[in-house]
Write a protein that binds this ligand. Sequence first.
Ligand code: HEC
Length: 209
Amino acid sequence: MRGRSAALAGLAAAIWVGCTPATPEVKEPGESDLLDLERMIHQKRYAPYEPAEMFDNGAVMRHPPGGTVPNDRVTGDPGLTRGVTGGAYVDRIPIPVTLELVQYGQDRYEIFCGACHGVAGDGESEVARHMTQRRPPSLVDARIQAFPPGRVYQVIVEGYGLMRSYEPNIPLRERWAIVAYVKALGRSRAAALDALPPPLRERALKELP
Ligand code: HEC
């Protein structure tokens, strides 16, 4: 008798295991999603570049429909997007330069450039003091102030020597805003007092040493 019930119990267990789906349909609270993901990872699938009979050209990878533009392709006027047009640097900032733009440029400059080139643009910074190979130059010196705006813009987009490209981090309008502010920093160094409008002249006389 005992032998028979033990065998039945074993059979019941086997039936129960056999009928239980490998992956529970309903998850207990707190149970992880790992089981479900695992099923996706181990399913039958194609790897890139593999042949595939289901498509006419026998390849698994598809051609994008004609006229598709990649979302990271730089389009538009190269003077605006690259700072260079017809083989020459643009010599004017190609968006309207307003006080608001320059102030925006200051904000962006202090975030992205000041750590190396100095908040005042003079190349004095903690990073510069510790760079042994080549220091970030002063951006208010005559050499760089003589750059056409397109050249400063290009340095931001493409990087220069040891300096990396900031293209992925700084969008187009912000780049031009920074260029405007770099020019403003240069002017602030060399401005003659009597060229300032009277209210600014008074403030400069009061605040500058
Ligand atoms: C991590 C430090 C660092 C940051 C941040 C940085 N630069 Fe530079 N920059 C350098 C260094 C170093 C050089 C010199 C590179 C060389 O000579 O190889 C340089 C060079 C330059 C030059 C001169 C290029 C030339 O033709 O001589 C300009 C202009 C410039 N940077 C502008 C900027 C602007 C604008 C920003 C902010 C968007 C910026 N840099 C952010 C380190 C930096």
